[in-house]
Write a protein that binds this ligand. Structure first.
Ligand code: OAD
Length: 233
């Protein structure tokens, strides 16, 4: 650990599971009762906007019923106390990292509390329901949609992520199945640039073999333990 200065952390749905937010690839392969392609593709939005908007309205409303868990708290502590560079890249669209106090972070797959104008591209904070036809304050078009990166769309901030990965001494992946690219490939990018790599997950992910070390267990236990190790090294 003494040689570690720059850390990049990737988080997925598993880190929010103990807060009560369902993961994507749980039993039955359904996300809150829906196939992912029925609620998370541009085709689904075009075909049935009412269904897609309602789905994310419910997910947004559910944020009021959950709180950050010990894993989010531990990463927020790392953010406060780590003297080197740190970037927490989350695939999650919930706001639990920032509610725990993390600041050196970004959402690569969008945010529930944000609306995207499909016409002018402006992103704006959004609370409450977002019915189809909602008006964009920037351009006046009635094309606001959930600010979620659907399958087939480009994840956000890839330039900043690639830059951080190229400088990372340590890459840690937490609570993600490794099923969705480009995030699933970050471990190989980080290794290519010489980083040590660690996976913390309930079970081996699809890319588990690419990590130097893998620890299996609940994020609420493993992440505070690991952060304690890092900060005391
Ligand atoms: P997944 O649901 O695919 O994977 C969650 C992972 O977390 C699994 O490997 C679980 O074993 C693990 N897990 C579950 N509970 C855990 C716990 N308490 N502690 C630690 N690990 C636990 O979710 P993601 O990998 O995040 O994309 O999915 C990636 C992307 O696929 C999502 O961002 C989303 C989805 O389609 C978009 O919305 C664009």
């Amino acid at each position: 650990m003494r040689d570690i200065q720059n850390i990049v952390i990737l988080t997925g749905a598993g880190i929010s599971a103990e807060s009560g937010i369902a993961t994507f690839r749980g039993p039955g392969g359904l996300w809150e009762g829906h196939r992912v392609e029925d609620v998370c593709t541009p085709q689904a939005l075009a075909h049935d906007p009412a269904l897609v908007h309602r789905f994310y309205d419910l997910r947004r409303a559910a944020l009021d019923t959950v709180i950050p868990n010990a894993a989010h708290d531990a990463l927020a502590r790392l953010d406060r106390e780590w003297p080197g560079e740190l970037l927490i890249v989350t695939q999650n669209v919930d706001d639990l990292h920032e509610r725990a106090g993390a600041t050196r972070m970004l959402h690569m797959h969008g945010e529930l509390n944000s609306a995207l104008c499909a016409d002018c591209g402006v992103q704006a904070e959004w609370r409450g329901s977002l019915p189809p036809g909602s008006v964009c304050a920037a351009c006046g078009a009635t094309t606001l949609r959930p600010d979620i990166v659907f399958f087939g769309e480009m994840p956000y901030r890839m330039d900043a992520i690639e830059r951080a990965l190229s400088r990372a001494d340590l890459f840690v992946s937490i609570g993600t199945s490794g099923a969705v690219y480009p995030a699933a490939g970050f471990v190989q990018t980080a290794r290519y640039h010489g980083a040590q790599t660690l996976e913390l997950n309930l079970e081996p992910s699809a890319g588990s073999v690419y990590f130097h070390e893998a620890r299996m267990g609940a994020a609420g236990v493993l992440v505070p333990e690991w952060v304690g190790e890092v900060l005391s090294a």
